[in-house]
Design a protein around this ligand. Structure first.
Ligand SMILES: Nc1ncnc2c1ncn2[C@@H]1O[C@H](COP(=O)(O)OP(=O)(O)OP(=O)(O)O)[C@@H](O)[C@H]1O
Ligand SMILES: [Mg+2]
Length: 319
């Protein structure tokens, strides 16, 4: 080969050599990318789930059966860290098909309730049951299948908008996905993007606004169509008009469905069957909206303050 002239054999040899060298590298690269993506997805998943990894199914645990969807918490004591108890023996009940609203100041433990129901965390004592079955005694997969959460902070996958909505019910048809998006008032926005439903969102794609993310999360949950629904400040990032437009879809979704609504804005919970005021992990008042107003306690105070604030805003807007 030192003569500068190469035979066909040499070329074949060299290209075979290069093939042998690069094929594995190519595969290695592919494997690397796949693993990395897998890790990123897992990372996102666990951020999304916001839970420690050690929660495991009890050996031989059966699937949860949900004939009606009644939820019950009994004397629930819970702490994220041993030295600081968050829920101090909480008991509550959501009869099948009913709506329970939980209100209270920031840090009261409202979102913690939703994390416990979804079993991101196990409680220290007491029990959480769905249709009489302790959620620790059934498989996590079957539990999470029947609960749909619109979380306070939505984390999206680094994937297409379609994937992010379809995640609510893998295998859903395009028509079903687009219908859910339309009900969540995000369909037209998606169509306005150059890549439409294939637009990649998240860290490495299009950054969605808080309200857009929230609507994707609502679409995902509407598509999932679960028997038990948790709305954790589900419309807090939306402007009043968009909120009103979505409210109709949410109002329709909660009919005949066991629902837990967590909200700061009391105007969104007035129709709930029952309202609980949570304060530092304890129930300090409970009843229907009118009852709580009549009691003239903490809830009535919160209601008056919010009414005044709303009036103030309306006044400012008019001037
Ligand atoms: N992963 C966690 N580890 C430790 N402490 C936590 C964790 N998540 C929440 N907490 C604490 O638990 C308490 C209740 O939190 P939670 O998120 O339930 O409040 P919240 O009522 O939903 O408040 P907000 O209205 O601000 O959403 C807070 O004091 C918070 O600091
Ligand atoms: Mg919260």
């Amino acid at each position: 080969m030192g003569t500068g002239r190469h035979s066909v054999g040499d070329v074949v040899l060299v290209s075979t050599f290069l093939m042998q060298l690069f094929r594995p590298l190519d595969i290695l690269g592919w494997v690397y990318r796949e693993i990395k993506q897998g890790l990123i997805d897992m990372d996102f998943l666990f951020t999304l789930l916001d839970r420690p990894l050690e929660i495991e199914d009890a050996p031989g645990a059966p699937d949860l059966a949900v004939p009606s969807g009644a939820v019950r918490l009994r004397d629930v004591v819970f702490a994220y860290e041993p030295r600081r108890t968050i829920l101090h023996g909480l008991s509550l009940e959501i009869p099948a098909g009913h709506t329970l609203a939980v209100v209270g100041h920031s840090g009261a433990g409202k979102s913690t309730l939703s994390r416990i129901l979804y079993r991101f965390y196990d409680i220290q004592s007491g029990s959480v049951t769905i249709d009489g079955q302790d959620i620790r005694a059934v498989t996590q997969e079957s539990l999470r299948k029947v609960i749909g959460i619109v979380p306070q902070d939505t984390v999206l996958f680094n994937d297409s908008i379609r994937y992010n909505i379809e995640y609510g019910r893998p295998g859903a048809s395009t028509a079903e996905i687009e219908q859910a998006a339309a009900r969540a008032q995000i369909h037209d926005f998606i169509l306005s993007l150059p890549d439409g439903y294939e637009t990649v969102v998240g860290e490495r794609g299009l950054k969605l606004s808080g309200g857009e993310k929230q609507r994707v999360a609502i679409a995902r949950t509407l598509l999932k169509d679960p028997p038990i629904l948790i709305l954790d400040e589900a419309t807090s990032a939306l402007d009043t008009r968009t909120e009103r437009e979505i409210q109709a879809a949410l109002d329709a979704a909660i009919i005949n469905r066991t629902t837990l609504i967590i909200a700061h804005r009391l105007s969104t919970v007035v129709n709930a069957d029952r309202i609980i005021v949570l304060h530092e992990g304890r129930i300090i008042e409970e009843g229907a909206h009118a009852e709580l107003l009549a009691r003239n306690g903490v809830y009535a105070d919160m209601w008056r303050q919010q009414q005044e604030a709303a009036l103030g805003e309306a006044f400012a807007a008019a001037n």
